[in-house]
Design a protein around this ligand. Structure first.
Ligand SMILES: [Zn+2]
Length: 320
């Protein structure tokens, strides 16, 4: 295994620690020590923030393995955590706040889902996701109490969008990708404007709907995890036709309200998400970079996609 990057924990940087302290104010983490007092160097790579790391129940060493990878890639993982593992992951997040951001993967159809969400918030969870395998479309009013809470908390909520795997082949299964179309995220984003709505998989294959909804809604973003970047590897430049509005007057309206924050690239609506085992995250990083090259994504926007946007949303420092 090659180690092209120096093995440095980004929390060792004083600026980063200051940023994290701000983040941790008022959360259950804030009594924890941050960093080891080693100074940063100019070679320190930009922090990658991965929105889409599922907690692996089958790997008893998941947290240790994730920390090793975090060290090597300078990675912060939003760990999507089944409710029954909420304590394990929260404890790890308290211990390693630079590497692990806890997100709660609740079942929207569970009878006590509202209680679960309240509990996750009280524990210090930072958002929800991945929401998936729903029995009704995402915009069904029976799910609104959960969205109301997420709106009150100002949370990020990661929704699976698009095609979904089939687990059983010879038994009936109440799962359908048609309930998880990206178009439903528009209504959630508008009714609950304090939620940051994050769609996984960019609506695969409804990329155009996903992108257009992101364009008109400042609080909607997508990751490109899943099979999309593999499927489109020979035609990655097509993403320029989907995220088409760079440097036009048709940008997302928030860029007119807050010009100082504006990024004229349409690709600013994408964030990094891997949705793979830990061993594959690095290859997804490479796939994102191949897309950046094929679409001539500006350097600043690349940095925002790979971590800057999520760091801002989560109140993390830039890692430098
Ligand atoms: Zn998914």
């Amino acid at each position: 295994m090659s180690h092209p990057l120096p093995r440095r924990r980004f929390l060792t940087h004083a600026g980063a620690a200051a940023g994290w302290s701000a983040l941790l104010q008022g959360t259950p983490y804030n009594a924890l020590p941050l960093g080891h007092g080693v100074s940063a160097s100019p070679e320190m790579p930009d922090r990658i923030v991965d929105m889409h790391v599922h907690f692996d129940e089958k790997n008893p060493n998941f947290i240790a393995d994730l920390r090793k990878l975090s060290d090597r890639l300078h990675l912060t993982a939003c760990v999507l955590t089944p409710f029954s593992y909420r304590k394990v992951v929260l404890d790890a997040a308290k211990q390693y706040p630079a590497e692990i951001i806890p997100f709660g993967s609740v079942d929207l159809d569970a009878p006590d889902v509202v209680k679960q969400v309240e509990e996750l918030h009280a524990m210090g969870y930072r958002g929800l996701g991945e929401l998936e395998f729903v029995k009704k479309p995402y915009n069904d009013p029976s799910y609104f109490p959960v969205y109301e809470l997420a709106n009150r908390y100002g949370w990020i909520v990661l929704f699976h969008t698009g095609i979904v795997l089939r687990r059983k082949f010879d038994e009936p299964e109440d799962v359908a990708s048609g309930r998880m179309r990206p178009i439903y995220l528009e209504e959630i984003a508008r009714r609950f404007p304090k939620i940051t709505v994050l769609g996984a998989h960019c609506g695969n294959p409804e990329y155009e709907w996903a992108a257009e909804i992101a364009r008109w809604n400042p609080n909607v973003f997508f990751d490109l995890s899943g099979s999309t970047l593999t499927k489109m590897q020979a035609r990655l430049a097509d993403f320029q036709r989907i995220f088409w509005w760079s440097n036009t007057d048709w940008q997302s309206p928030e860029w007119k309200v807050k010009p100082a924050d504006s990024d004229p690239s349409a690709f600013a609506k994408i964030v990094f998400g891997s949705d793979t085992g830990l061993g594959e995250i690095e290859s997804v990083v490479k796939q994102y970079h191949a897309m950046f090259d094929a679409c001539a994504v500006p350097q600043h926007t690349r940095k925002m996609i790979m971590g800057g946007t999520l760091a801002k949303m989560l109140g993390l420092s830039d890692g430098h």
